[in-house]
Structures are given as C-alpha cells and as structure tokens.
Design a protein around this ligand. Structure first.
Ligand code: PLP
Length: 355
C-alpha cells in the first residue's frame, strides 16, 4: 500500500457491543455479525464518506438499481487468530484483485487498495476480539459493493456503496460431501460472468442445487454450457482431483478463480507433484473412478476450506471415491494450511497478512 494516505476514515465505535452474547464454542456459518462494519460511498467519480460504524441496517430506495439490474459483487476472505493473539488475514490482496476484476466486468468502479485492504485492517483492529481462536473457526470477511442509484432504466449506476461486514464462523461443511454432475442447467458460458463473484451467479444456482438436494446430493458439479461434457466447479468452491500421480484442476474463464485453489496448486508444485490446470471431462473423471485411478477429489474454497468428496452422481448412477483417511495429498494440504493460517509454522510465501 502507498505510504501517503489519500482517504480519511471516520470511526464511530459501538456503545453496545454484542460480543458477550456470542457462544464461540458453537459457531454456525454466517449467523452472527461482528460489532462494526466499513462503509464507503462512490459519487461523482470518487470515493468518499469512508467510515467504520456499528453494524446495522442500511436503508435503500425501492428504485435502487442493484435490486433491479443486479450490479452487485462480493468477496469472501478469512481472518485467523494465532495462539499469541495475533490476527492474520489470508491473502486478502488476491481477493482485492478479483473484486476489481468483478467490478470491471459489471461496469462498476474499482475500489482502491487503501479502502479495501487498508479499511479491512482498520476494521479488524477495532473488532479483533471477534476473531475466534479455536481450531476450525475463523472470522469470515465479506466485502461487497452494490449500485445505489435510485432510478429505473438499464444503465450503469452513477453511485455505489462498498461495505465490509465480518462474522465469526465454524466449519461450512462438517463432513465429506456428495456432488451431482449437472448436465442440464448451466452456471456460466464463455463470454459471460462466470469468473466474477457477482450475486447473480449464486441466485441462478439455487434452483438446480435444490433439485440435486432433493435427489440426496449436497452440491452440484457444474459442467460447461456448450456440451455439459467438461467439469467446471462446485456451487461455492473449486474442484481439485488426484488422477494417477497428478493433481488436476479444471481451468477456464467460466469458473471463479479461487484463492484457495491457486494456493493449493502452488503448494502441490512446491511439494513436487505433477500439476495440471486444464479441461477435465466428466468421462475422464467417471472412467478414472471406475478404474481406481481417481484417488482423491475435493472442493476448495474460503468458506469450504478443503472438503473431501465421497460420492459423485452422474446420469442416475453413483460413483464412490476411496476412503478419506487414505487421501495423502488433500489431508497433507489441509493440515499444512491449518498450521500456516493459525501461525503454527513459518509462512515462507508471505500469505498471512498480519493486522
Ligand atoms: C463459485 C465459487 N467457486 C470457487 C470458490 C472458491 O474461491 P476462493 O478459494 O477464493 O474462496 C468460491 C468461493 O468461495 C465460489 O463461490
């Protein structure tokens, strides 16, 4: 971040902390928000009114353009607490970069580093007691931006609101998950918005995911829009497979380029595994499971961390993966990342951003 600060932050601490009401031993995902939030307004081509204020409702106009035309993007980041009380955020620079890529695709303004990363640092300094310390817990950080112009008509909004809220969380998935290969509905097509983290990508996933849930699967495995032949990603996480002696992840502009996935692929490379980012066909996966060469499959994401996949459904048939205990690579990565994020080992890559 540049040494000269361009923006000033107004800080209004809460008079009514809700911290004592939180049961940190029993955290669910996304239910309780921390005491403060950061809010910044974009008007007339510039960012202004940047403030850290008590968490609370935001009043919006019924003609708010985000509600009608969907200019709404977000990020998901996690903060951790070390045994000595240090608060660390995992690779927030990568989320900031992705946020601004999402913004550009949706014709929204970029958020400067000083507001996104600098603001996050200030927010966590005031809410550091909200960062849980038990293993498996974290502070989930949700930056988001939406169009605030109060006018109907399809055009880029003239004004925007950028907000960061945070919440202490436990695990998103507590056991291995099952996925249904989706061969009818589509998440993203070439030239679309699949690579961006915009709200609409999640709205469109709800109905097909419900259908998969009704059939007994936890999540969907999305496939490409043109042929439904190639695997893309899961509902809220990227997919990584171990096929033969290679660690493989699907790649392309239609999937969200996850920070967790890129971290894991880098580790795999460092540890001497053969690594491939390429198209993976459903056929390759299913044949590989049948032949016993797909030995590991997992979902990777900030919320999901690393979640083992134990069953894949395709065209009415279920394919079971090998027992989770024997999965050498994914268990090693999970263990390494846990130790790194909680500050138990050295951080050779500089991934921990200390607040
Ligand atoms: C659709 C989707 N794909 C992939 C990911 C993984 O991205 P990251 O590792 O940056 O959290 C997410 C977010 O968690 C997601 O929502």
């Amino acid at each position: 971040m540049s040494a000269v600060e361009q923006f000033s932050f107004r800080v209004e601490p809460t008079q009514h902390s809700r911290l004592s009401q939180v049961d940190f031993n029993n955290l669910k995902f996304g239910q309780i928000m921390s005491d403060h939030m950061l809010v910044a307004e974009y008007n007339n081509g510039q960012w202004e009114d940047i403030s850290i204020v008590p968490y609370g409702d935001i009043t919006v106009s019924p003609s708010l353009s985000a509600l009608h035309y969907g200019q709404s993007i977000f990020e998901g980041i996690k903060g951790y607490k070390f045994a000595d009380g240090t608060v660390s955020i995992f690779r927030p620079d990568k989320n900031w970069e992705r946020f601004n890529k999402s913004a550009a695709r949706l014709q929204m303004p970029e958020v400067p580093e000083e507001i996104f990363i600098g603001g996050l640092k200030k927010l966590l300094a005031i809410d550091n007691k909200w960062v849980p310390s038990l293993e498996g817990t974290a502070l989930y950080i949700r930056p988001f931006m939406f169009a605030t112009e109060a006018a109907l008509g399809v055009h880029p909004s003239a004004s925007y609101k950028f907000v960061i809220i945070t919440c202490p969380v436990g695990a998103y998935y507590s056991k291995p998950i099952s996925l249904k290969v989706e061969t009818h509905y589509t998440r993203a097509a070439e030239g679309g918005v699949g690579f961006s983290k915009n709200a609409g990508n999640y709205a469109l996933s709800l109905y097909p995911t419900q259908l998969a849930n009704n059939e007994g699967y936890d999540q969907i495995m999305w496939t490409d829009a043109a042929e439904h032949k190639y695997i893309e990603e899961a509902g809220t996480a990227n997919l990584i497979f171990r096929i033969g002696d290679k660690i493989i992840t699907p790649h392309g502009e239609t999937i969200l380029h996850g920070v967790t996935r890129r971290t894991i692929m880098q580790l795999a490379e460092e540890w001497g595994y053969a690594v491939e980012q390429r198209k993976v066909s459903v056929e390759e996966l299913i044949d590989g499971i049948k032949a016993g060469v797909v030995t590991e499959a997992f979902a990777a994401g900030t919320a999901a961390t690393i979640t083992h996949i134990d069953r894949i459904g395709f065209e009415g048939q279920d394919y079971n993966l090998p027992p989770v205990e024997g999965r050498e690579f994914s268990n090693k990565v999970l263990d390494y990342l846990n130790q790194l994020r909680y500050g138990k080992i050295q951080d050779p890559f500089g991934w921990n951003f200390i607040v």
